[in-house]
Ligand binder design. Structure first.
Ligand SMILES: Nc1ncnc2c1ncn2[C@@H]1O[C@H](COP(=O)(O)OP(=O)(O)OP(=O)(O)O)[C@@H](O)[C@H]1O
Ligand SMILES: [Mg+2]
Length: 270
């Protein structure tokens, strides 16, 4: 595991007072500076696990790259990262001159904690403060060059790790991904509420895995009732799962899925 330590010092005498009012303001400023050449930073979230956040993030980043945008992806799921696997990246991240160097796959610059351990079975076992430090360093010390879009794949829940990203990163907004069934939608609503509590715009909701198993329409109903945009729906499809396992964003070769993503980004007006 590569960890680059950063000293938080400021020449501004008022900085300490400001920092005591908002303990993250100094961190946020450092992150903002590091991401100053990134056009839009978009996080992908849902309260519920396993609904397809990472699949959506990987395919969105790859689709944007395919459209000719410069695109990056930060896998902020430190405990159980999966974007490295979904992009087929096995090499370890290097640091050069104190900066992490993203690994490029399918035209996307990717950083994942899954590429910071010796092998894919090694667990990142750490408590909250260490997680905070690592997420901060990924945000503050990755050399993205200049990007049109940085997609941040968040872990599920409304706890420490997604909260850290929401408080530290200059987010343009979040996209909430949910399956259509009620058990998933109830947690997607919590994600929308978390964004409101942290003053982050919700770009909209995407329904993933609709079909005979999980049903259809739950995300659109939730979007209507919460008065937020419904961005589109992605079917439960074997090829999407198989491509994830094979380390290929399905959107690269699945024309129907590419059409869905085209429509999602146009609904999202990003
Ligand atoms: N539309 C889909 N059709 C078929 N399989 C899908 C679809 N979307 C996601 N999957 C599969 O479902 C599984 C869970 O997806 P994924 O890991 O993206 O969810 P997640 O929300 O990121 O999970 P976690 O909460 O653990 O981070 C993966 O195996 C993925 O390949
Ligand atoms: Mg995930």
């Amino acid at each position: 595991m590569v960890i680059i330590s950063i000293e938080l010092k400021s020449a501004n005498p008022n900085a300490e007072k400001a920092a005591s009012e908002n303990p993250f303001s100094q961190y946020r400023e450092i992150v903002k500076k590091n991401l100053s050449n990134v056009g839009k930073v978009i996080a992908v979230h849902s309260g519920k696990g396993g609904v397809g956040k990472s699949t959506f993030s990987v395919n969105l980043a790859a689709f944007l790259a395919q459209k000719g945008f410069s695109s990056g992806l930060l896998d902020a799921d430190i405990d159980c990262p999966s974007c490295n696997k979904m992009f087929g990246i096995t090499e370890r991240i290097k640091s050069v001159d104190g900066k992490f160097v993203p690994i490029e796959a399918f035209g996307v610059k990717v950083i994942s904690a899954g590429n910071m351990v010796a092998n894919s079975d090694e667990a990142n076992v750490m408590r909250g403060p260490m997680m905070f430090k690592l997420i901060f360093e990924l945000l503050a010390k990755t050399d993205w060059g200049s990007l049109d879009y940085l997609i941040i794949d968040l872990p599920p829940g409304t706890g420490d790790n997604p909260l850290t990203v929401m408080q530290l990163a200059p987010l343009y907004g979040i996209v909430v991904v949910t399956q259509p069934q009620e058990v998933a939608v109830v947690d997607a609503k919590k994600s929308v509420n978390m964004a409101a509590k942290t003053n982050i715009p919700v770009i909209g909701i995407v329904e993933n895995m609709f079909g005979t198993i999980f049903g259809s329409g739950g995300a659109e109903n939730a979007a209507d009732s919460l008065e937020i945009s419904f961005l589109g729906k992605i079917p439960l499809e074997q090829s999407i799962r198989e491509s994830s396992d094979a380390g290929i964003p399905d959107v690269i070769k699945n024309k129907k899925l590419a059409g869905i993503f085209d429509s999602i980004i146009s609904e999202a007006a990003i």
